[in-house]
Design a protein around this ligand. Sequence first.
Ligand code: SF4
Length: 633
Amino acid sequence: MPYGYTGNILHVDLSSKKHWVEHPPENFYRTYWGGRALALYYMLNQMKPYTDPLSPDNLLIFAPGVLTGTPAPAMPRYTVCAKSPLTGAQGEAEAGGWWGPELKKAGFDAIIIKGASTSPIYLWITDGKVEIKDAIHIWGKDTGTSQKIIREELADDKIRVAQIGPAGENLVRFANIVNELKHFNGRNGLGAVMGSKKLKAIAVRGTKPTEFYNKKKIKEITKEIIKRIMDNPLSRNLREFGTVAGIASIYKAGWLPNNNWSTNNFKKGENLTAETYNKTILKGTEGCYACPIRCKRVAEINEPDLKVDPSYGGPEYEAVVALGSLCGISDLKYIAKANELCNKYTMDTISTGMVIAFAMQCYEKGILTKEDTGGLELNFGNKEVILKVIEKITHREGLGDLLSQGSYLAAQKIDKGSETFIHQVKRQEIPMHDPRVKTGVGLQYALSDYGADHMKAAHDASFKNKESWGVKEMKGLGILEPVSPIDIGQNKVTLFKILDIYWSLLDTLGVCDFGYVPRSVGTLDELLEIIRATTGWKPTWFELMKLGERSINMARIFNHREGFTSKDDTLPEVFYHNFKGGPLDGQGAINKEDFQKAVRLRYRMMGWNPDTGIPTPAKLIELSLDWLVKEVR
Ligand code: SF4
């Protein structure tokens, strides 16, 4: 068995209540490594095309990477994959926290779940033992209550619990999965897949540390990185202000998303800044397993009529904007409450904010009436109403039932021109980043196989001039010159190609993007050394980048099998128009033809058919994916 692995992959069939353990050979691990690549291997091998995402035939895969659980900074992550009930495409989301490292200590490199239970259950996995336990008594309960009950009944408060709340149980199409109440596999509705299997939780506890090839070396490198984490402004900023650090400058620059992307004229951005956050609602910071960056916010409010429980963390950038300015709301306390509700019910805050903002715009335009909303006044800026709508979505009551399907399906049902107010790619609502000021993010939105996403590649600002951290620190991957954030020519496509493959690699290894270049201070050399010291293998960056590329191609084939085409690699129309209001008023529109050319160029750079965007047989063979050639012939 290679170092860094347990050598055990757990298979669970919830229909038959059987489980078994597979022990793959070393070359399997050396080809797929873990995380998204390993998960995609099983998705492509064991799931038929056109499987209903909410049927027992969908797979649900939990896969840490080989680095998950090393003592080096920012290596806590694991992937969850399934066919997404929101997009109908490859579904994937990574989470940090503590659950991934604990699964490995409990004896498994991944869990492949199929089938569905007829009544609620949870999995209890400890030191190689697997039990399927009754969960009727916790079904319907919020995540804080369920976690407490599971830990009490198993008599161990160190058990790590990955679970769903009522939104997942009720099959909300953007329900997510949480561990430790505040670390999310956030997007693509994977919580609904868990709900469809009546799987409330996976509780794990292990006492057997993973064996690393050279632990002393990992510790030496860790010491060096930690010194820099404490000093360097990049990681210091993340620790002091978290992901909300950029809100003040985004607001001043004029691209803070506002009123469902209809204007850029939000007047109260000062109320949402990191400084305001730290002064008003911040209780403290938290981190993930072995990570000293501690970028996570914890919010607490203790007012007679408004309480926010710090157990559920605090809103990050995406939540502050999606549940805030996007809905015309500038009261951080209400945003923190909305975030707490999403977290304890397990709903993706981006999609939640986006479906509510969509409904608000429909209401203001007279497309939805008070009769449709059950009497709710759904105007932008109504901070009380957003809390009520979150409850309704969670429990699928009235308007909430419609919105629980995501904005794309909701607009189809409402009709009356409402589809002009949805902003999505492959049916997933866009995150809170504007491609008009960072075109590389536009390429991510269009080309992500799991629908619009902002975590597919590093963002443009890290490469904007010669002093940028990405340009200084990523020459080893061929990034020698800066590229303007608003460029959409060949240099941007080249940069995007490298960054996309690099982040795909990080998601395969279990590494948090905030720990290493270009977002933080861990270097490429240090990352390579940690990989070698963990596994005992001697990979080069050539092998590692091929690994990142391999899973991008596997995801592409998965979607090809599901009927997705190059027509689905789009950008929402709003970004082909100028900003409205604010400092950028009347400028910024992305040229549609230039953008489409960039998408085609990326196909060619990847070795895909330039018209269809489908990987060619030659590319698949080059990536040791010859078993997938039959899918493209
Ligand atoms: S940088 Fe933040 S999100 Fe990433 S591992 Fe560290 S604490 Fe977790």
